[in-house]
Design a protein around this ligand. Structure first.
Ligand code: ATP
Length: 443
């Protein structure tokens, strides 16, 4: 059965809830708008996405190191970065239905765009997207701090600390994964735009003049990353920002976009941020932010190329892209075709029946997989067909069945999710085989 693209998002949202990928936050209290909780499968998927990013950006590279900066930072950081004065969206409210809109998303500012309302709109107001809170016991202005709206500033303010501690020379990068907060005016599309989200950002510091070369490098590398982890190439594109779209400090910016059921939307931005951030922090903090080049005996402020991705948006794209419905009638199956490295569960162990020593053998195989850090699942309920179907819907790439023959010759049936191919392997070789298949999927 073909899935109508209009229904696609609601199908994904209900599958996500039913199978434990994503739940609405505080659901028993009626939910909290734009906040979501990851369930047992979702937390594994998102963790795998973040691990895949960290491996590609940090672990497997000699020129990038990581940090984990605090969410609350000195308030002057946000003056220097421009977020306090500039990080705002224009908004209008409908006086009748009380709905709030982004003014820059409306064609007509005279009346409410909702067809059944048409109410009068307020004046356009600027709305700062930063969440405020108070530090310490006294709620006055001097104690105001902000929840960071991006992780990048935690990297810039630590530029000297990290460079000196790691002794890396430009070109080199500092990466970070962490929560950010934006009081978005119009959150929505499930986990696509939320007020609390996780970012995966890397600031790559290069000598002035080398920035354009590295900008090209990172735009290609970041697009390729999504393809490497299985996103269909025809659903990915790069969109260059027009001059009037660029942030005032940016020399160039390109978005990696994915074709979601609700249209082409940004997954990640790659920007040439010039030397703006380091110079701003130098000016506001009074501390030198230049790099001293030992060879030329000169100081300079590195230029920065920034690939900035969202962990939640990437996770949603991998989930949407993996969704597939195959066959008709009673042969229909829903399958999440996750890349094996991203799949929440790698192997399901399924004894054919709950007797004759099959559960015991299954338990042993299950234990062996877990002892080798292969996230697995054991299930001896329901018919084997039902159990395969459940695993297809969870995106599990391999199912292992223990049957009568297993008890005689110590072999099991390995079933592959995508091809549904089944073949026998020695139980003692299972862990090695799964590990090899996982490794091969990364090539
Ligand atoms: P948008 O135009 O969609 O608001 P942005 O251009 O402001 O995004 P950046 O500031 O470049 O986003 O942030 C980098 C990445 O962080 C984005 O590409 C996205 O993946 C993620 N991100 C930003 N805002 C949100 C949000 N409200 N919810 C989820 N992810 C977000």
């Amino acid at each position: 059965m073909a899935v109508n693209s209009n229904d696609m998002m609601s199908t994904i949202v209900s599958l996500a809830k039913r199978r434990g990928f994503v739940f609405q936050s505080s659901e028993i209290y009626g939910g909290l708008n734009s906040c979501w909780d990851y369930g047992p499968l979702g937390v594994e998927l998102k963790r795998n996405v973040k691990d895949a990013w960290w491996r590609a950006m940090v672990t497997n590279r000699r020129d990038v190191v990581g940090i984990d900066a605090s969410i609350l930072m000195h308030p002057r950081v946000w003056e220097a970065s421009g977020h306090l004065s500039g990080f705002s969206d224009p908004m209008v409210d409908c006086k009748k239905c009380k709905e709030r809109f982004r003014a820059d998303h409306l064609e007509n500012l005279d009346k409410c765009p909702k067809p059944k309302c048409g109410g009068e709109l307020t004046e356009v107001r600027k709305f700062n997207l930063m969440f405020k809170t108070f530090m310490g016991a006294v709620e006055d202005n001097s104690a105001t701090v902000y929840m960071r709206p991006e992780t990048a500033q935690g990297i810039f303010v630590n530029f000297q600390n990290v460079q000196q501690a790691s002794r890396l020379k430009p070109p080199f990068g500092i990466a970070q994964i962490g929560k950010s907060f934006r009081n978005e005016i119009t959150p929505g599309n499930f986990t696509y735009r939320t007020r609390e989200f996780e970012q995966m950002e890397m600031e790559f510091f290069v000598a002035p003049g080398e920035d354009e070369k590295w900008y090209e490098y990172w735009r290609d590398a970041r697009l390729q990353w999504y393809k490497d982890f299985g996103i269909k190439p025809e659903k990915l594109r790069l969109r260059d920002h027009e001059q009037d779209e660029l942030a005032h400090y940016a020399k160039a910016c390109v978005d990696v976009e994915y074709l979601f059921p609700f249209g082409w939307s940004e997954l990640e931005g790659i920007a040439n941020r010039t030397d703006y951030d380091l110079k701003q922090h130098e000016q506001f903090s009074g501390k030198g932010m230049a790099y001293f080049d030992d060879e030329t005996k000169q100081h300079y402020h590195p230029y920065v190329v920034e690939p900035a991705a969202g962990a939640d948006r990437a996770t949603l794209a991998f989930l949407v892209d993996a969704y597939d419905v195959e066959g008709e009638g009673k042969d229909e199956r829903v399958v999440l075709r996750f890349h094996p490295a991203l799949a929440p569960i790698k192997v399901a162990v399924l004894p054919l029946v709950k007797r004759d020593g099959m559960p015991e053998m299954g338990e042993k195989i299950y234990r062996d997989l877990l002892d080798n850090s292969i996230k697995s699942f054991y299930d001896h309920t329901a018919s084997i067909g039902r159990r395969y179907a459940r695993q297809d819907e969870a995106g599990t790439p391999f199912c292992v069945t223990v049957d009568t023959q297993s008890l005689e010759d110590q072999t099991v049936t390995l079933r592959e999710r995508d091809s549904r191919e089944q073949y026998r392997v020695a139980a003692s070789e299972l862990v090695g085989l799964v590990q090899k298949k996982m490794r091969d999927s990364m090539k």
